[in-house]
Design a protein around this ligand. Structure first.
Ligand code: ARG
Length: 464
């Protein structure tokens, strides 16, 4: 406490200091310093509004604004130290402001509580985080689009149960991830939209007696509207849960990509190589080139999902309105956002770096009876009911595999023994490229469909 009054939050209600271990547990400055730009923006909007409403003088508001900008710059540059005894980012900023400009600084907190202040800062952070993740998602979508363009004509085995199933164009596989990320993007934008109500003016829990203008601060901070219940506004963190849930889905999608890259780069598949910038070696085995980053992207999913679980557990059962438990919603959010951001950036680089072994993929399409469905479809065109055609084709696969040959190698006599509808015209049906291009329905792997999807993605990702 200084001679002019307290700079911490406790004031003269308290005689002694907080127990040192309790102070450490109580302080949030080690993580909430991330809120600095949002806290300063919120305070500038608040001071400007106070002056416009005649609650403080215009001169004081100007001094506060200039002082806040200076303090922000000094804290960012490390010229001012963060003080743990000031507990959090809000008190650090205000304390330094008072040191810098004196009397006017003591007027900043008029008509405001740290409860509506932190609720405001966190919503601003969540909205900025959403925008950042959306931009990074688009970066990865661009990398996927690049690979899709490069591999329209590359044939690949499509899988179910990780068993070769039907042939596809490799572009279709890359575009599947683009489709997932497109939904993820929409979810993040949706979460930011719902976090777009300004809680500023809700006070500690019951708003304020002062004639503030909530719409003015909301507009200055880029919010689209104001919250409608002060208890809810200071007590709610569901916007954090939503953001992290959307981020967790992004990470789950990235983990699938990571897993496939691990598989594809294995000796067993040898479908692809990841650029050296994204691989590491072994300290023991000189030959190793490990897909560590793909594995980590897969592995980081645990902590992002954990963040969501942690948030849900924290908010569950809290009485209205603000409770200090809510401080615990900050770290999981930061960790989830920062983890997903880094994984998106690395995934984009890794996807762009991929070198596909086109010949090996094509060879894999030729082994494993991937055109068995075509045999059934062929019989259907000859009037055979699909269930029966399916059974006939299955029988032929069995015969072929017993002889150690592919379907195309079975002679007409063998085919006719199984079903009389077979004829010379079967051969083109067994061409995988034809099998693919017959699947010319919206969302299918046919060339025309793929080109349309590429054009759609390009229009979204490369405007004009
Ligand atoms: N660090 C606190 C939080 O994150 C700021 C709000 C503190 N408010 C209070 N009444 N103690 O929730």
């Amino acid at each position: 406490m200084t001679a002019e009054g307290p700079k911490g939050a406790r004031g003269r209600r308290f005689d002694g200091a907080l127990d040192p271990v309790a102070a450490e547990l109580n302080a949030s400055i080690d993580f909430d310093r991330r809120l600095l730009p949002h806290d300063v923006a919120g305070s500038i909007a608040h001071a400007d509004m106070l002056a416009a409403q005649g609650i403080i003088s215009a001169a004081d508001a100007q001094a506060i604004t200039a002082g806040l900008r200076k303090v922000q710059g000094q804290l960012e540059a490390g010229e001012l130290a963060w003080k743990a005894e000031l507990e959090d980012v809000h008190m650090n900023v205000e304390g330094n402001l008072i040191d810098a400009i004196g009397e006017a600084g003591r007027r900043l907190h008029t008509g405001r509580s740290r409860n509506d202040q932190v609720a405001t800062d966190l919503r601003l952070y969540a909205r900025a985080a959403s925008a950042r993740l959306v931009a990074l998602i688009d970066g990865l979508r661009r990398a996927l689009l690049g690979q899709a363009r490069a591999h329209v004509e590359t044939l690949a085995p499509g899988y179910t149960h990780l068993q070769r199933a039907q042939p596809i164009r490799l572009a279709h596989h890359f575009l599947a991830y683009e489709a997932m990320l497109r939904r993820d993007r929409a979810r993040l934008i949706d979460a930011a939209e719902r976090a777009g109500e300004s809680p500023l003016g809700s006070g500690a829990l019951a708003a304020t007696t002062l004639p503030i203008d909530r719409e003015r601060t909301a507009a200055a901070l880029g919010f689209h509207s104001v919250t409608r219940n002060s208890l809810d506004a200071v007590g709610d963190r569901d916007f954090v849960v939503e953001l992290v849930a959307a981020a967790a889905l992004v990470q789950a999608h990235l983990s699938r990509l990571g897993e496939e890259l691990v598989l594809w780069t294995s000796q067993e598949f040898r479908f692809a190589r990841i650029g050296e910038a994204y691989c590491s070696g072994s300290s023991l085995m000189p030959q190793k080139m490990n897909p560590d980053l793909a594995e980590l992207i897969r592995g980081k999913t645990g902590r992002v999902v954990g963040a969501w679980v942690s948030l849900m557990t924290t908010i569950k059962g809290l009485p209205l309105a603000y409770n200090k438990d809510l401080q615990e919603t900050q770290e999981p959010m930061y960790d989830a956002v920062e983890t997903v951001a880094a994984c998106l950036e690395v995934s984009a680089g890794m996807v762009a770096s991929l070198k596909i072994d086109v010949d090996r993929m094509r060879a894999a399409v030729g082994e494993g009876y991937l055109v068995a469905t075509e045999v059934a479809d062929y019989l259907v065109t000859k009037g055979v009911p699909f269930r029966q055609a399916h059974d006939v084709a299955g029988h032929l696969v069995r015969q072929a595999s017993e002889r150690g040959v592919e379907l195309a190698e079975l002679d007409l006599a063998t085919l006719r023994e199984t079903h009389p509808a077979f004829d010379e015209d079967l051969a083109p049906w067994l061409d995988p490229l034809r099998a693919i291009d017959r699947r010319d329905v919206t969302g299918g792997p046919a060339r025309q469909q793929i080109l349309q999807e590429i054009a759609r993605a390009a229009a979204e990702l490369e405007p004009r």
